[in-house]
Each structure stands twice: as C-alpha cells, then as structure tokens.
Design a protein. Structure first.
Length: 216
C-alpha cells in the first residue's frame, strides 16, 4: 500500500495558521528584537509575532531538546520576552495542530470551527481533522531518546500543560513506536517517561492518522 503523504506542522504551517486565526494584518513573521542596542548583530528573531495581542509563537524543532546550548539560549530568550510583557507560546515539533491544540495555541477567543476548517483545507490540504498526521512520532529518528536531560525536563513540563487530547496522542505514538523498534532508540531511561508509557490512553483522542497503525 502506498504511504499517504501528510504534512507535519513546521514553522511555515504555524505562521500560515496564525494568519487564519488572528488576521493577516496582525501577524509578523521573522520579527527581530535587538537586545543589545550597541550591537545590532545581537538579536532574537521570532517565528511569529502578534504585537497587538502581545503573543509570540515559536516553532521548536528537535535541536531545542537535544542541544544544551540551544536549551540554555531558549531559557534566556523566554525570560527576555516575558520581561517585555509578551506571552511566548512554543509549538513543539512533535505536536500537531488538532482542534484542541488550535484553541490552546491561538486562544479560545480567536478560535472558531470555521477558521479551523479553513486551516485544514488551506494549510494541511485535508478535509477533516481525522485525516491529519497525529501528534507524536511516526517514522522520525529524532525521538526523545536523543533528548538532553534538560530537554527531557522540558518535554515533561510541556506535556503537563498541553491539552489532554494532545498528550494522549503523543503517548500513544511512542507506545506504537516501541512495538516496532528497540526501546532504547525511542525513549530515554527516565522514570517520568516510563510512567507515561504505562498510561492507558483514551481512544477518543486517537482519531488521527498514524502510519504504524493504519499501514499494518
């Protein structure tokens, strides 16, 4: 059976989605903030700024979890923006823009089913939510097994605040993955991760597309 080609949500897709939910005129992609006025080379560039809402949305790829230098720089960045009064909303690379995640990321005030359905068609190129690639890991080798200790801390903290539907789907993806591959390639030997893997996920959160489930 030919494998379906489904989009992952990356920076480009997050910015396109923000334009739909907030309004094109409010969204500024790749906005620079100069934190040292004496040296213009010292700046933070954000993926998506919504100045009127004092919101910054950042797509964070694997390097934000497995590179200690990047992790420490992120901590300084977030503190800098928090001090300026911005709310920084990271979008981790292992997430998907499900309906619940869109409400969480863009805010209930700016969410509507009409906007979400528009996003599905324009950004994801699918017609219904169940056709998007589910949250979590599918075939990527950039799994939590590669995370630095501080990256594991960050991952666990993020799961605590993500919508339950997103958290369940992410855990499910890891449970599927370790059935097919060596566990040491997928997850670190960490008691918090081990506890997550023993959770019985709720089927109502698993209506998305998973390669390892659908292609059996």
């Amino acid at each position: 059976m030919a494998r379906k080609k489904l989009k992952r949500f990356r920076e480009k897709e997050i910015v396109e989605s923000a334009i739909i939910f907030y309004n094109r005129s409010l969204v500024e992609p790749q906005k620079s903030f100069y934190y040292d006025q004496t040296n213009k080379s010292k700046k933070y560039v954000v993926d998506c700024l919504v100045e009127k809402r004092k919101v910054i949305i950042e797509y964070d790829g694997p390097v934000h979890y497995n590179d200690i230098w990047k992790i420490k720089r992120d901590q300084k960045r977030y503190q800098y923006f928090n001090d300026l009064g911005y709310r920084v909303k990271p979008f981790p690379y292992y997430c998907a823009l499900t309906r619940d995640m869109a409400k969480y990321l863009f805010g209930e005030k700016y969410y509507s089913d009409e906007k979400y359905n528009q996003m599905l068609k324009q950004v994801c190129k699918v017609n219904v939510e169940s056709e998007i690639l589910g949250p979590g890991w599918h075939t990527s080798p950039k799994t939590p097994a590669n995370f630095h200790k501080l990256g594991i801390d960050r991952f666990c903290e993020e799961l605590d605040v993500l919508p339950d539907s997103q958290k369940n789907a992410i855990i499910y993806s890891l449970q599927l993955y370790i059935k097919d591959e060596s566990r040491e390639l997928i997850v670190p030997d960490d008691p918090r991760i081990n506890k997550l893997l023993n959770i019985k996920v709720d089927d109502k959160h698993l209506q998305y597309y998973y390669y390892r489930r659908e292609e059996k």
